[in-house]
Design a protein. Structure first.
Length: 92
């Protein structure tokens, strides 16, 4: 009987641990997506999306330092063949 209770206790601990891990991963994913949306709001004018008023953008820009750095690193790290081809044809 004691062995069964211990097994049930281990099962519940494992279940709760997995639940916490999955919940944390979901929250981290949601945070990344919200940062992307925030970036799109502030920098959307570069891709043709209407942007918020300039004064609002200027007040929020200091919060974008990390996101701008990440975007810059993605560009540097990525080998974008389509970008290079479009640069050859001067597509604007």
């Amino acid at each position: 009987m004691v062995k069964i209770l211990e097994d049930i206790g281990h099962f519940i601990k494992g279940f709760l641990s997995a639940f916490k891990q999955q919940s944390t991963e979901y929250l981290e994913f949601e945070e990344r997506e919200l940062e992307n949306v925030f970036t799109l709001l502030l920098m959307g004018s570069f891709v043709g999306i209407p942007s918020p008023p300039t004064t609002l953008v200027m007040r929020l820009m200091p919060h974008m330092v990390r996101e701008i750095y990440v975007m810059q690193q993605r560009v540097v790290d990525m080998d974008d063949i389509f970008g290079e081809i479009s640069a050859l044809f001067e597509i604007t």
